[in-house]
Design a protein around this ligand. Structure first.
Ligand SMILES: Cc1cc2nc3c(=O)[nH]c(=O)nc-3n(C[C@H](O)[C@H](O)[C@H](O)COP(=O)(O)O)c2cc1C
Length: 132
């Protein structure tokens, strides 16, 4: 599932680090994976895993006061994980990708493609110490 929201803090500062600490601990323990993309004023998060965990997590995230204007862009089952090796990846999103995401008529599927490309770019920039 994918949502976007408006952030209330700056990228790469304490609030995001707190969110990531919580996310990595919970997600790793509950078979949830995904990616949190950050622009100056927005979050775009992709989450995948067992639906009962995702549904409950989504409720908690939607109510979180560290962001606002929560919009669910896509939900449903997928046959394959896109971010199997990330408990919660995090990166600043490139401006070009952000422009594509903010096009009002882009579908959930298109948003998912753009986010996946961004995550792969991030992975290429910072190769894992333990490549599969
Ligand atoms: C943008 C954003 C992304 C988040 N992503 C996750 C996540 O992937 N996993 C997670 O456990 N919590 C995540 N959180 C934190 C949850 O909103 C919530 O604080 C956490 O699940 C603990 O909930 P509780 O305080 O009700 O126990 C995120 C919060 C924000 C604002």
């Amino acid at each position: 599932m994918i949502y976007n929201s408006r952030s209330l803090s700056k990228p790469f500062e304490d609030i995001d680090m707190e969110i990531l600490r919580t996310a990595v601990a919970f997600n790793a323990a509950h078979d949830v994976t995904g990616f949190l993309h950050r622009s100056a004023q927005h979050y775009y998060q992709y989450l995948e895993g067992p639906s009962h965990h995702i549904d409950a997590l989504l409720d908690r995230i939607a109510k979180d006061t560290r962001h606002t204007e929560f919009h669910l862009l896509q939900s449903g089952n997928t046959d394959q994980r896109r971010f199997g090796s990330w408990s919660m990846g995090y990166s600043r999103i490139a401006r070009a990708a952000q422009t594509a995401l903010l096009t009002p008529d882009s579908s959930g599927h298109e948003v998912s493609q753009v986010l996946h490309q961004e995550a792969l770019r991030q992975q290429a920039d910072a190769p894992s110490e333990d490549p599969a």
